[in-house]
Design a protein around this ligand. Structure first.
Ligand code: 5RP
Length: 235
């Protein structure tokens, strides 16, 4: 079995934590898409009723196609659970997100949620963040080249402006994404996040610090759960 099967196993387990009546933060990406399909299946099979809060226009489109009821973040006052994928996660629960370009809305939904559940395949667990996965940073379009230079000199990384179809990628919030390369990994994710947050022109970083309460890593046949603060269980 492959990574998709592992993502699906993680997503199905995450969706099993949802109860009728809950407001649910719906992440973005392929793992989150598996979760939306699993929600739809439970709606049909057992009459599950939820209210979703989508983290991207892509997820909103999928929720609409699957007839999952949704509300905007500003009217969803009590998000009990947020389920989302990740690009990398370390042993302290620090995460890199934003591979799909939705990091800003994802973080907004995550910080407004009571319980944050991250679902991944086994390849996403790492000892040190960075390395072969770039860190996405959302920057305002105005003067973005100058912001990118200040990021590169401020935190010593190699920045790449994300492009799609030959032009600079634009997020749902109208900003650009800079993918930053840290070939030797990120020594201290919390302090890097603080430094980047202080750079003018940076809107948000893909470093999610303290935003994972439960990690579900799918394997080919089961799931591995880690609660943060750490408590490990094998199912
Ligand atoms: C989107 C994200 C995704 O959660 C992350 O890129 C993982 O994606 P996938 O589930 O497709 O592997 O942060 O902005």
């Amino acid at each position: 079995m492959g990574l998709d099967e592992q993502k699906k196993n993680a997503a199905v387990h995450a969706v099993s934590l949802i109860r009728t009546g809950m407001t649910v933060g719906l992440g973005t990406g392929t793992t989150a898409a598996f979760a939306l399909h699993a929600i739809r299946e439970r709606m049909e099979r057992e009459g599950l009723v939820i209210l979703g809060v989508c983290t991207s226009s892509g997820t909103q489109d999928l929720a609409n196609r699957l007839s999952i009821p949704t509300a905007p973040l500003s009217t969803a006052t009590n998000i009990e659970i947020y389920i989302d994928g990740a690009d990398q996660i370390d042993h302290d629960g620090n995460i890199i997100k934003g591979g799909g370009g939705a990091l800003l809305r994802e973080k907004l939904v995550a910080v407004n949620s009571a319980r944050r559940v991250i679902m991944t395949d086994a390849s996403k667990r790492v000892d040190k963040l960075g390395g072969r996965v770039f860190l996405p940073i959302e920057v305002v379009r105005f003067g973005h080249d100058t912001t990118i230079s200040r990021i590169a000199s401020g935190v010593r990384c190699t920045p790449h402006l994300r492009r799609k179809g030959g032009v600079a990628f634009v997020t749902d919030e109208g900003n650009h994404i800079v993918d930053c390369e840290f070939p030797d990994g990120i020594a201290s994710p919390p302090s890097l996040a603080q430094t980047l947050d202080a750079i003018t022109g940076v809107v948000e970083t893909g470093l999610f610090i303290g935003l994972c309460d439960l990690l579900i890593v799918g394997s080919d046949t089961s799931v591995h759960l880690t609660e943060f603060p750490r408590k490990e269980v094998i199912l």
